[in-house]
Design a protein around this ligand. Structure first.
Ligand SMILES: NC(=O)c1ccc[n+]([C@@H]2O[C@H](COP(=O)([O-])OP(=O)(O)OC[C@H]3O[C@@H](n4cnc5c(N)ncnc54)[C@H](OP(=O)(O)O)[C@@H]3O)[C@@H](O)[C@H]2O)c1
Length: 306
């Protein structure tokens, strides 16, 4: 599989990340089979969060992969903290440090390759975050740091205090959820696509060398289900089939190829727990779409160009 370097970390990883948010729903043997096939396919970058399944997903993963020091060397593990579900966001030093201890214990590992702050905390004190990062780095518990769902100015504020450039920003991005691409192309227009919902985050990340990780690459809305095969997106599905036939691939592969075509090397985070679908996602990462097909898919998803 194609490799990318995450931000300015020097950390080389497969361009496709394997998201573990839905892993907790699998029975033990299925989880093991899924993780094994991911490793066989070279997909060794795993994305977690302390809140996935209330922590269950991290534990299921550690068990499925039969974590040991030699296994640990073969995988790249990212997790996130900062959300206290239904109650608040918490970027306090105490919460970050305690969360990482919980994550490491559930994952049965001594360290995380990357820790992300999951969603902006309105009460964030950047000095405290920087302090927490310093403690985690010097103790060897976390190697690199990034953010998720964060806007340029929040990243600027954090960057003023943290010791190293933030590595990545995980954001929702897919053919159907692509406001960060649509707004700049519709600048100055009076209608909806011109509304700035992302504060220039895509260009900002590219300027700063921050890798964008695309979460929910197949979902429409927020977890409303995959757009692949959905009657709500019949024009898009028709176009996906047409482009897929050209590349002897599936529509799923083309949906990943669409993200992979972005020149800044976005890292999609697949949410599949099905080894066959994972193969399709990986195949898509190796397909280079023409400009005509890329825009054709964009328009078929219901977006427009001025
Ligand atoms: N940072 C954040 O705020 C944030 C938020 C959400 C998610 N994430 C990360 O992003 C990852 C991916 O998110 P996601 O799970 O929503 O991604 P996704 O890949 O868009 O969706 C995966 C889900 O869609 C199903 N699916 C895919 N194609 C299908 C098809 N053709 N027909 C029927 N079902 C299909 C999968 O089922 P199968 O298992 O059967 O393939 C799975 O349940 C998560 O695991 C997590 O790591 C991050």
């Amino acid at each position: 599989m194609k490799k990318i370097t995450i931000g300015q970390t020097g950390l080389e990883t497969p361009q496709l990340a394997v998201g573990c948010m839905r892993l907790g729903a699998l029975e033990e043997k299925k989880a093991q089979a899924f993780v094994d096939s991911a490793l066989e396919l070279g997909a060794n970058f795993f994305d977690h969060a302390d809140i996935y399944g209330g922590g269950v997903c991290e534990s299921v993963f550690a068990k499925a992969i039969q974590m040991s020091p030699s296994v640990r060397e073969k995988v790249i593990i990212q997790s996130k903290c900062g959300i206290v579900p239904g109650r608040m966001f918490d970027f306090s030093k105490k919460h970050i440090l305690e969360s990482v201890d919980g994550i490491l214990s559930r994952l049965d590992t001594e360290y995380l390759d990357i820790l992300l702050l999951h969603r902006p905390d309105a009460l964030m004190e950047p000095e405290e975050v920087a302090d927490a990062f310093r403690v985690l780095k010097s103790s060897g518990k976390v190697r690199h740091f990034g953010v998720s769902n964060q806007d340029p100015m929040t990243i600027e504020l954090l960057s003023k205090y943290v010791d190293e450039p933030l590595a990545c920003n995980q954001l929702q991005l897919s053919i159907t959820n692509s406001t960060m691409l649509s707004q700049p192309m519709n600048i100055n227009m009076l209608d909806n696509p011109a509304i700035d919902r992302d504060n220039g985050i895509r260009v900002y990340c590219r300027l700063k060398g921050i890798t964008i990780q695309a979460w929910s690459p197949l979902q429409h809305g927020m977890f409303e289900g995959p757009f692949i095969g959905s009657p709500k997106f019949s024009a898009l599905n028709k176009k996906l089939e047409e482009v897929a036939a050209k590349h002897e691939a599936s529509p799923t592969a083309i949906a990943f190829a669409w993200i992979a075509r972005l020149p800044e090397k976005v890292q999609p985070v697949t949410g599949t727990t099905n080894p066959e679908r994972l193969k399709e996602c990986i195949k898509g990462m190796g397909i280079e779409l023409s400009r005509e097909d890329w825009y054709g898919l964009y328009l078929a998803a219901g977006h427009r160009l001025p």
